[in-house]
Design a protein around this ligand. Structure first.
Ligand code: B1M
Length: 209
């Protein structure tokens, strides 16, 4: 068994086998980042490539996503830091019009593992809902995810709502089409390319000690 088997299982939508394959790698002591980067996430990149080339269609992307999610659940408990201290509250969600939630879920899991309290608003989240949740929960951070270029403007709307109201909540963004330049353009407080980076970013914006 190898990380390549995890990669292959996702590309072949073998959602009943994935749990055992990921568990076997965990039991073998394979690094979690190796399982994630070259197995689970790497496989989704391959699925996206095939979709872009017209070799796969939406139902297959969905089956791959279900398989990936089942694999991700196996490593969820392992994402907790050993020296976790309670930190601030993070509101997280995928922006309005966008149904992609795997990256958002991974970011949420890693932030939770790092000691943040997570309020996950799910997918297709209106800018006003980010604002309301930030205000009601006195959240330190709002983290928004977008996977479609067409849904990125919803991030700008949410940032504007929160900044204009003078809430102290910091706003951070991410997702495949998002860049640091875009974060600067919409006056977000930060951007990260991946989930471990989102944890570093949250720690830098909300120092816990
Ligand atoms: Co969609 N899809 N999809 N899709 N899909 C992409 C994103 C696409 C790039 C595929 C392609 O064309 N090659 C393309 C977008 C093109 C664009 O706009 N740039 C695309 C398209 C076009 C579409 C539809 C429009 C297809 C259609 O209907 N014709 C449609 C849109 C639906 C909608 O949202 N309204 C659609 C639908 C779907 C499914 C529902 C079938 C499914 C999603 C299922 C689900 O999420 N539950 C799906 C999938 C699976 C993908 C791909 C293949 C994989 C996405 C994924 O989960 N990656 C994707 C291709 C790709 O990304 N290579 C694709 C793994 C995940 C771990 O990575 O989410 O990038 P990612 O998260 C990363 C980082 O981005 C970062 O951390 C994570 C890694 O550590 N990150 C953050 C994410 N959020 C963050 C927030 C932060 C910080 C970091 O906050 C601070």
């Amino acid at each position: 068994m190898s990380v390549q088997d995890i990669f292959n299982a996702i590309n072949e939508f073998r959602d009943t086998e994935i749990v055992n394959l990921v568990q076997a790698e965990v039991d073998a002591g394979t690094d979690i980042s190796e399982i994630l980067d070259n197995g689970l996430i790497g496989a989704m990149d391959e699925v996206g490539k095939k979709f872009g080339e017209g070799l796969l269609f939406v139902p297959e992307m969905l089956m791959a996503a279900q398989t990936m999610k089942a694999g991700l659940e196996v490593i969820r408990p392992l994402l907790a830091d050993s020296d976790t201290k309670p930190r601030g509250t993070v509101i997280i969600g995928t922006v309005k019009g966008d149904l992609h939630d795997i990256g958002k879920n991974l970011v949420a899991m890693m932030l939770e593992g790092a000691g943040f309290t997570i309020i996950d608003l799910g997918v297709d989240v209106e800018p006003q809902a980010f604002f309301d949740a930030a205000k009601e929960n006195s959240a330190e951070l709002v983290a928004m995810s977008a996977l479609l270029t067409t849904t990125m403007p919803a991030m700008e709307e949410a940032v504007k709502l929160i900044k204009d109201a003078g809430l102290p909540t910091k706003m951070v963004i991410g997702g495949a089409p998002v860049t640091q330049a875009y974060a600067d353009k919409i006056s977000a407080d930060g951007y990260s390319a991946d989930a471990p980076g989102a944890v570093e970013l949250a720690r830098s914006l909300i120092p816990g000690d």
